[in-house]
Design a protein around this ligand. Structure first.
Ligand code: CA
Length: 231
């Protein structure tokens, strides 16, 4: 559910360290040991974010960043460059190549995750899995817990994803098809009545805490999570 982050790094221990930390932060890490393989992966599926090492065997990180920036389908992907070089001149080159930010090795994984979140917050806030609090309802995407006034509400994984989607997009009306697309992904065999079934289950889960009215049916269109509903 978290953003897909492609890591291009030829030092396997660093690659693995980054991947583990990204996974723990709710992101989906994708690994590449060189730019050529990364390029192949990007052709298969465009990632949401790229962490790119400067010194790579074959094509350098800088050249790869420039190439990504010159291609329509990849030019908007945020990039953080990793470099062992701390000379200012190289940092400037890194940013000139189109990177959004850079980190000098050795860096703390926590710092890297903080930088990624800062960029995503600015460029693609819908991709960060941060806890959301609306009225008395608190949802934490990393622990998969929904609480109301400190009490955990029980719900299935689909209802959780549905609620997460609604809480990230309060007050907007969504059609069943739109919800299917965003919450279930590209599973074309699913009927849009499935949405109604899970909305009912979600409302049931929220009933005990009297939050069920937060999810409103919009006749003829779909559903809306109404942030300002009076309890
Ligand atoms: Ca390297």
């Amino acid at each position: 559910m978290g953003a897909n982050i492609l890591i291009v790094e030829d030092e396997e221990s660093i690659l693995e360290l980054i991947a583990i930390n990204l996974h723990q932060s709710g992101f989906t890490p994708i690994r590449a040991l060189n730019a050529e393989y990364a390029d192949k992966l990007i052709h298969e599926a465009v990632p949401d974010f790229i962490i790119l090492d400067w010194m790579l065997p074959g094509m350098s990180g800088i050249d790869f960043a420039k190439r990504l920036r010159s291609n329509t389908s990849t030019k908007k992907i945020p990039i953080i460059m990793l470099t062992a070089k701390s000379e200012e001149e190289n940092m400037i080159k890194g940013l000139d190549s189109g990177a959004d930010d850079y980190l000098t090795k050795p860096f703390s994984p926590r710092e890297l995750v903080a930088r990624i979140k800062a960029i995503l917050r600015r460029k693609a806030p819908e991709l960060i899995d941060e806890p959301i609090q609306i009225n008395k309802l608190h949802l934490d995407p990393t622990t998969y817990l929904v609480k109301s006034n400190g009490t955990t509400l029980q719900m299935g994984p689909t209802e959780f994803r549905l609620l997460h989607f609604f809480m990230k997009n309060p007050d907007r009306v969504f059609s069943r098809n739109h919800i299917l697309d965003k919450v279930w992904g590209n599973q074309s065999d699913i009927d849009d009545r499935t949405v109604d079934v899970h909305i009912k289950r979600l409302r049931d889960s929220l009933t005990l805490a009297k939050h069920h009215k937060l999810i409103q049916t919009v006749r003829g269109i779909g559903y809306r999570f109404c942030e300002n509903h009076k309890q």
